[in-house]
Design a protein around this ligand. Structure first.
Ligand SMILES: *Cc1c(COP(=O)(O)O)cnc(C)c1O
Length: 430
């Protein structure tokens, strides 16, 4: 069994920490900032990246690395690292290969926090982004490329637009222009979608969502497929292919081969920016991962029932869920995530904003929280919460319908979720 490829459920439960004789059965929390060595030379070799080992938790910690190993196996990659948040994972994935004066392409319907990171904060660093319509024909999307374009970014399922990315199409476009495709795979998780199988080169996660799954810990992860040939485009990626003077002239692709991207992100970005995940959070994340395969199945079957229920109700104007037949993204979801998508959907009520507020205030089992993708069913009304300063017209321009309710279906018994939504719908239209 050791050398054969394990199925995902077994990876969820057993990969990462593998205790030897007499060691703890459960992944230990290495709650230590630092690590001891016997000689000065041993420590010096670590600082030169000549030997691998732990020396300071701002760069690496064993608890984190065991959990990253499990996520790497689930995605089918060659190297992975944890970060303190999904925001840090997406920032590092771009900043590891883009510097001031560079450019990248991103789909426009991405998570709001990522949109702001790309459009505002990266711009302040001198890195420009062009947003593209993910459903546009390839020729249209290709017009966004420039000589200094270094990456393409998209979300496998967009939060909260619920758009499913045509991963193979985007991988073809990226590779035709000699750049990697980075996919944020937070919503379907590797249980339901493996972007590497469709040509993506780097995968990122907000582990805060389904991977942790219990809303206990903010965290992120980056996984490298090892497939992008940085040396083939050496002039575009000097950070990976030319000497790093801060490590005595070491060249990442020469010294670390397929591990180059993750080693560089650890050795430079963690060293200088320090977005490490706390070992305690990595431990909680690992507990979540042990049941990810079971929870995703239940999230998807519950969400399918709830989406079909909403669609059948006269009070409901529209429902977006890629698992629904007739949804704009149904076919893409069947192709890239045949076992199911995720538990999140959006819908609107006839009568608009006021009805949405009354509906939400009438819920009991379903809670109002700023979160998605954990065990408990929850809702958010962007027009009243995250986007409340905007007028109805501005909301529409921002791609958030005034009546849009984002529902994240949890793993409770589906009858209770549906009964709660049914009674709240009745109260809302009274
Ligand atoms: C939440 C989220 C993020 C940001 O992750 P944090 O862990 O909150 O920093 C990034 N991408 C997607 C798709 C998300 O849903």
């Amino acid at each position: 069994m050791e050398n054969s490829k394990k199925s995902k459920g077994t990876v969820c439960v057993q990969e990462g920490w593998k205790p030897q004789k007499g060691e703890p059965r459960v992944l230990p929390i290495y709650q230590s900032t630092t690590f001891k060595y016997d000689t000065s030379d041993q420590m010096a070799d670590l600082f030169d990246l000549k030997a691998s080992g732990y020396f300071y938790t701002r760069l690496q910690n064993p608890t984190n690395d065991y959990v990253a190993e499990k996520i790497k196996e689930l995605e089918g990659g060659v190297a992975a690292m944890l970060t303190s948040s999904g925001q840090a994972a997406n920032f590092y994935s771009i900043f590891n290969i883009c510097s001031a004066g560079d450019h990248f392409v991103s789909t426009s319907t991405i998570y709001g926090g990522t949109y702001n990171l790309f459009a505002v904060t990266m711009k302040k660093l001198g890195i420009e982004v062009t947003f593209v319509d993910q459903d546009a024909p390839s020729e249209e999307i290709e017009k966004a490329f420039r000589p200094n374009t270094k990456a393409v970014f998209g979300e496998s399922i967009a939060n909260p637009g619920m758009n499913v990315l045509d991963i193979a199409k985007f991988a073809d476009i990226a590779h035709k222009h000699g750049v990697p495709l980075i996919v944020d795979n937070t919503f379907p998780t590797p249980i339901n979608c493996n972007p590497f199988e469709w040509g993506a080169d780097i995968v990122t996660h907000s582990t805060t969502k389904y991977m942790d799954g219990h809303a206990t810990s903010v965290g992120g992860a980056i996984v490298d497929s090892g497939n992008f040939d940085w040396d083939k485009y050496a002039d575009k990626y000097p950070g990976l292919t030319t000497p790093d003077e801060s490590y005595h002239g070491l060249i990442y692709t020469k010294a670390f081969g397929k591990g180059a991207f993750i080693v560089k992100a650890t050795a430079q970005l963690m060293r200088d920016l320090g977005s490490i995940q706390a070992p305690m959070n990595a431990f909680l994340l690992n507990l979540g991962l042990e049941t990810l395969h079971l929870r995703m199945e239940r999230h998807c079957s519950n969400a399918q029932k709830v989406a079909e229920f909403l669609q059948s109700r006269p009070e409901v104007a529209w429902v977006h869920y890629p698992g629904l037949k007739g949804d704009k993204y149904y076919e893409l979801a069947r192709k890239y995530m045949p076992k199911g998508t995720c538990g999140v959907m959006t819908f609107g009520l006839k009568g608009g904003r006021d009805k949405s507020v009354k509906f939400m205030d009438s819920l009991g089992v379903v809670a109002i929280v700023t979160h998605v993708a954990d065990a408990r069913t929850c809702v958010l009304h962007p027009a009243s919460h995250t986007h409340r300063q905007l007028s109805d017209q501005q909301l529409i321009e921002a791609g958030v319908a005034p009546d849009l309710i984002r529902l994240s279906v949890g793993i409770e018994d589906p009858e209770d979720i549906i009964a709660d939504i049914a009674q709240a719908l009745e109260k809302a239209v009274k």
